[in-house]
Design a binder for this molecule. Structure first.
Ligand code: ATP
Ligand code: ATP
Ligand code: MG
Ligand code: MG
Lengths: 259, 259
C-alpha cells in the first residue's frame, strides 16, 4: 500500500480539496483508496458527507488505541473510495498524547497492526493534515513513505516550504528513513496574474524535478462540491477541477510505473 | 489600549493580510498601532520586512520571560505602526509551555507588566494568530478584549465558526470574562460567484449584528505587497485593497465612538 501524507503548514492552499478529489480520481482509475482526516477541523469528513459528531469510532479513537483502522474506515458512495473520519475531539490529542512514549509513531503502528490482522487491503492511503507541523502531522509523516505538498502560487508559499523541508529531513533522520517528498502540486492556480507565474517559475527553478506537470486551476465547482458532500466527480464530472485531478492521478500512477 | 485578536482556525482566509493592512490603515488614520506575529510561520514578520531568524529579541523570548514587549517591538517604515515579530523557534512553545502554570495567561501578563512599567503607549494592538486553536491562539484570546474573525465566503468558513464560538465561550467563562467577538470580516471576496453570495447571505442571517459592512474584495495587489515587504498603503495606495482596509479601519473606529 502506497501511503502519502498531504501536508503544508500554510493554511488554505488546497490540502483537503486535493486529498478528497485526488483520492476519488485514483479510485476512478481503478485503485482502492482510503482517505484519512487528520485535521481537527474535520473538513474532509464533512466534504465526504460524514458527521464529525457521530458516535461511531473515528481517528481520535484509533490514536487512543480504542479502535483499529478497519473499525474506523467507512465506505463512501464512490466505488473503491473509503474514508477514515476525524472526530470533534481530535484537537485534544496534541496535549493528551504529548507525554506518550513514541507519540509520533501511533498512526504508523496502527496501520501496520491492521495490515497484519488482514484488514481491508487498499492500494493507496492519503492522509489530509492540519495547517501546522504538530503531533498530528508528525504522525502522518512517520506513517507514510511519501509527502505530497499542495502549494498556492503566492508569496507566502515559498516562505513555508523551507520549514517543511527541514521537518521532513528531521523525520527522515530520526524516525522514518523511507520518507521522501514525492510531489509538489500547484493548486488554486490563477493563470491571469503575474504573481502566479512568477512564483511557479521560482518553484520550478528550485524544485523542478518534484513539481507535478499537472496544475490544479482555480475552479469554483471545487469550492461548491463540499457543500453537497460530494467529490468533484459526483458533483461536476465535466468540470476543469475533475479533469485536473484526473490528470494528477494519472501522473501519480505513472510515476510509480516508471519508478 | 484596545487589544484585538485576529483569529480563525481555518487556514488561508486572510488573517495575516488583515492584521498588517488594517493595522496600517488605523495608523494612517492617526492611531498608534502595534501588530504582533503570534504565528510560527512568521508570515506577518516577513510581510513587514523583518528577518524571523534575526538574533534580536522576539515574541518567543517574551513568552519565555526573557524580554519585555518594549524590547521586542520594532518601528516600521510606516509612521505610527510598530511590529512585535515572531521567531523561527515560536513553533516550540506549544510543547515547551504545556505544563507551565497559567500557560494561557503569559501574553496577557506580559502586556500588563509592560504598561505598568510605562512602556510605549499604543492605541490599538492587533495579534495575528496561527490557523489553529492551540496555546498561542489561547494566549491571544486571554490577553485581548476583542476578537476579529476574517472569513472567506466559502463552504468550510461556516463549518469552522461554530468551533471558534465554542472556544471563545470557554475562554470567556474560565479565563477572560471581557472577551467578545466584535467583528466578522469577509475577506478575499469574489462577487462573481453564487457561492460567495450564498455564504455571505448565510453569515449575515446568523451573525448579522457583528458582520462588518466593509467587504475586503479579492485584489492581487494585496497578494503582491508581502513580497516587497510593504503594507498595501506603501505598495499600492490607490488599489481596491487599500480602499477596503481604510474603510474597515474607519468602521472599527466608528464602532468605538458609537459604543
Ligand atoms: N482549485 C480550486 N479552485 C477553487 N477553489 C478551491 C480550489 N482548491 C481549493 N479551493 C477552495 O479553497 C479553500 C481552501 O481549500 P482547502 O480547504 O482544501 O485548503 P486546506 O489547505 O485544506 O485548508 P486548511 O489549511 O484550513 O486545512 C476552500 O474553500 C476550497 O473549497
Ligand atoms: N483580499 C485579498 N485579495 C487577494 N489575495 C489575498 C487577499 N487577502 C489575502 N490574500 C492572499 O491569500 C493568501 C492567504 O492570505 P493570508 O496568508 O493573509 O491568510 P491567513 O489566514 O493568514 O493564512 P494562514 O492560515 O496560513 O495564517 C495569501 O497568499 C495572501 O496574499
Ligand atoms: Mg484542510
Ligand atoms: Mg497567517
Amino acid at each position: 500500500m502506497r501511503r502519502i501524507a498531504v501536508t503544508n503548514q500554510k493554511g488554505g492552499v488546497g490540502k483537503t480539496t486535493t486529498t478528497v478529489n485526488l483520492g476519488a480520481a485514483l479510485a476512478h482509475l481503478g485503485q482502492r483508496v482510503l482517505v484519512c482526516d487528520f485535521d481537527p477541523q474535520c473538513n474532509l469528513t464533512v466534504h465526504l458527507d460524514v458527521d464529525p459528531a457521530s458516535e461511531a469510532p473515528n481517528l481520535y479513537d484509533l490514536l487512543h488505541g480504542r479502535a483499529s483502522l478497519s473499525e474506523v474506515a467507512l465506505a463512501t458512495e464512490h466505488e473503491r473510495l473509503w474514508v477514515a473520519p476525524a472526530g470533534v475531539d481530535l484537537a485534544g490529542v496534541e496535549l493528551e498524547l504529548a507525554n506518550e512514549v513514541g507519540r509520533e509513531t501511533i498512526l504508523g503502528r496502527a496501520l501496520d497492526a491492521d495490515a497484519a490482522q488482514g484488514g481491508e487491503s487498499y492500494d493507496i492511503l492519503l492522509v489530509d493534515c492540519p495547517p501546522s507541523l504538530g503531533l498530528l502531522s508528525l504522525n502522518a509523516l512517520v506513517a507514510c513513505e511519501e509527502v505530497l505538498v499542495p502549494i498556492q502560487a503566492e508569496f507566502f508559499a515559498l516562505q513555508g516550504l523551507g520549514k517543511l523541508l527541514e521537518v521532513v529531513g528531521l523525520v527522515q533522520q530520526r524516525l522514518n528513513p523511507k520518507l521522501r517528498i514525492s510531489c509538489l502540486v500547484s493548486c488554486r492556480y490563477d493563470p491571469s496574474t503575474n504573481l502566479s507565474r512568477a512564483v511557479i517559475a521560482d518553484v520550478r527553478e528550485h524544485f523542478g524535478e518534484i513539481l507535478a506537470e499537472t496544475v490544479i486551476r482555480r475552479n469554483v465547482k471545487l469550492a461548491e462540491a463540499p457543500s453537497h458532500g460530494k467529490t468533484i466527480f459526483a458533483y461536476a464530472p465535466d468540470s476543469r477541477g475533475a479533469q485536473d485531478y484526473l490528470s494528477l492521478a494519472r501522473e501519480l500512477l505513472g510515476a510509480v510505473a516508471g519508478a
